[in-house]
Write a protein that binds this ligand. Sequence first.
Ligand SMILES: C[C@H](O)[C@H](O)[C@H]1CNC2=NC(N)=NC(=O)C2=N1
Length: 112
Amino acid sequence: MAESLAQKVCTPCRGGISPLTQKEAAVYLSQTPGWGLENEGRWLRRKFKFADFRESQSFIDKVGRLAEEQGHHPDICFGWGYATVSLQTHKIKGLHENDFIMASKISELAGP
Ligand SMILES: C[C@H](O)[C@H](O)[C@H]1CNC2=NC(N)=NC(=O)C2=N1
């Protein structure tokens, strides 16, 4: 079986490559349920819901640790009962496989 996105690790992206096209991104998207494309496929986003503020905070804390581990950092907006996580590869102003790897790992942190 092909390696799942969540098993891969983010690799440094130094730029000089094209971002994924919307078509290519759509193929990855089918492997990251709950996530959606925004801004003409330049961003990947998902809103997670939680029981209260403490749970949202605990989740983003875990996301932060994962981001440091992987060297790939999402933008996060959170509040009582929710956290919205947005991913982009800045150097290419669009999406890279790394964004989908992170998305998949973040979904695993949120649980089933
Ligand atoms: C130098 C360092 O690896 C880069 O600036 C990394 C850090 N974290 C990052 N996180 C995200 N989401 N996109 C990036 O392009 C990015 N670049």
